[in-house]
Ligand binder design. Structure first.
Ligand SMILES: [Ca+2]
Length: 89
């Protein structure tokens, strides 16, 4: 009985903490343009660390690595280099 109650409590705690964790991490905004995106991600958004490094190595500021945000805003990556709304350094 006590064990069942404990197990139930652990399950509830895990569920609540996973939801809390998933909240901000899963929040993906499709920005209407780069000015809008730059209010949150001032150097743009890369799909991977490799893509972010490519920006830095080509004279841009380091973008945030946010694969889901990138996918939601892929239309803002006009040159298809893996970073949306990159900013020159
Ligand atoms: Ca780009």
């Amino acid at each position: 009985m006590l064990r069942a109650a404990k197990t139930g409590l652990i399950a509830v705690v895990m569920t609540v903490s996973m939801l809390a964790f998933a909240g901000p991490a899963e929040a993906v905004t499709d920005y209407r343009n780069c000015d809008h995106m730059h209010k949150t991600y001032k150097n743009g958004v890369a799909k991977s660390k490799k893509a972010a490094n490519r920006q830095v190595n080509s004279g841009h500021k380091r973008p945030a690595v946010r694969p889901k945000v990138y996918r939601a805003n892929i239309e803002s990556d006009a040159d298809k280099d893996g970073t949306a709304c990159e900013v020159s350094a």
